[in-house]
Design a protein around this ligand. Structure first.
Ligand SMILES: *[C@@H]1O[C@H](CO)[C@@H](O)[C@H](O)[C@H]1NC(C)=O
Ligand SMILES: CC(=O)N[C@H]1CO[C@H](CO)[C@@H](O)[C@@H]1O
Length: 285
């Protein structure tokens, strides 16, 4: 409170000034009160908002999820057509991640120094439901390519799984690679790639063979009737010409057949289980 007494009024001006300065001004008090008011108001808004969200948001979310699931099931139930015996399986094929040359660029300085991402083998089995022995395995390895030695190792590994696997042989197993240049090398049995990888690495080779065999085993164990659906679409700005000059050496009338100088079409084969409509696998190229 500002002194207003008769005693104060009678003081000399300098003394009045001293007292005035010693009394804290009303202004900070007022802004503190205001601040407290806004903090309280904000807290109230937060609390009310939370209470309101508890009251109606979850039910709305649950409802929309149920709606989505219903739409999804209806969408799935539309899968028709021929029924196949389908199986998919995945196996880790990551070999030595250090001290080994990467497969592909033939660059001596490209030596693994650690793990960024594991690499896999994906097995897709398509068979006939009426003649189950009539089936094939399509393997996609995250490697630079397929390979004869790898393929032989996989055939031997599958044969060693026992009589239930005798239906798989050299005539119905296809081994392909994604053409990754970012995995361990030294697994090829050819001389040229062995020069830059400074030889053959049994560990690198065996990791790929074992993971591939495991992926076939998992695909085999998951075999069930299902449907295949197919679709393609064009994706622009995802890939570019690797050698435009080479492409331009083609006759102009041949090039006129295409809108682009590289393939922009992505094709997808979807594996869907008949019993519950679950999408079990996707094979794209
Ligand atoms: C993709 O592009 C090709 C070539 O331009 C065209 O023939 C084809 O119809 C396109 N496909 C789709 C699904 O748009
Ligand atoms: C090798 C080559 O010609 N590459 C070309 C491919 O297309 C892109 C985009 O048009 C060019 O920038 C490259 O030079």
């Amino acid at each position: 409170m500002r002194p207003q007494s008769a005693e104060y009024m009678s003081l000399p001006v300098e003394d009045k000034l001293d007292i005035d300065q010693a009394v804290p001004s009303q202004r900070p008090q007022r802004s503190k009160t205001l601040l407290a008011f806004f903090v309280a108001l904000f807290s109230l808004v937060v609390v009310l908002g939370y209470v309101a969200s508890q009251a109606w948001l979850p039910s709305a979310v649950v409802e929309s999820q149920a709606e989505e699931q219903k739409e999804f099931r209806e969408y799935l139930s539309r899968a028709t057509g021929d029924e196949y015996l389908l199986g998919v399986g995945k196996g880790d094929i990551t070999g030595p991640v250090v001290e080994l040359n990467f497969m592909g660029y033939a660059s001596l300085s490209q030596i693994g120094t650690g793990l960024r991402q594991r690499i896999y083998s994906r097995a897709f089995i398509v068979g006939s439901t009426s003649t189950p022995a009539d089936r094939f395995v399509y393997l996609v390895l995250d490697t630079q390519s397929g390979d004869t030695a790898i393929r032989n190792g996989i055939l031997e590994g599958v044969a060693a799984l026992g009589s239930a696997y005798s239906v798989y042989s050299s005539s119905n197993i296809a081994v392909t690679g994604t053409h990754s240049h970012s995995g361990p090398g030294a697994w090829l049995n050819y001389l040229l790639p062995q020069i830059t990888s400074l030889g053959f690495s049994p560990q690198s080779y065996q990791a790929i063979v074992d993971g591939a065999v495991l992926s076939i085993q998992r695909a085999h164990e998951s075999l069930a009737p299902g449907y295949l659906s197919y679709a393609d679409t064009n994706v622009s700005d995802a890939n570019i010409n690797r050698s435009l000059w080479a492409y331009l050496a083609n006759p102009a009338e041949e090039r006129a057949n295409y809108a682009d100088d590289v393939d922009k079409t992505i094709t997808m084969l979807r594996f869907q289980r008949a019993s519950d409509g679950l999408n079990t696998g996707i094979l794209a190229w």
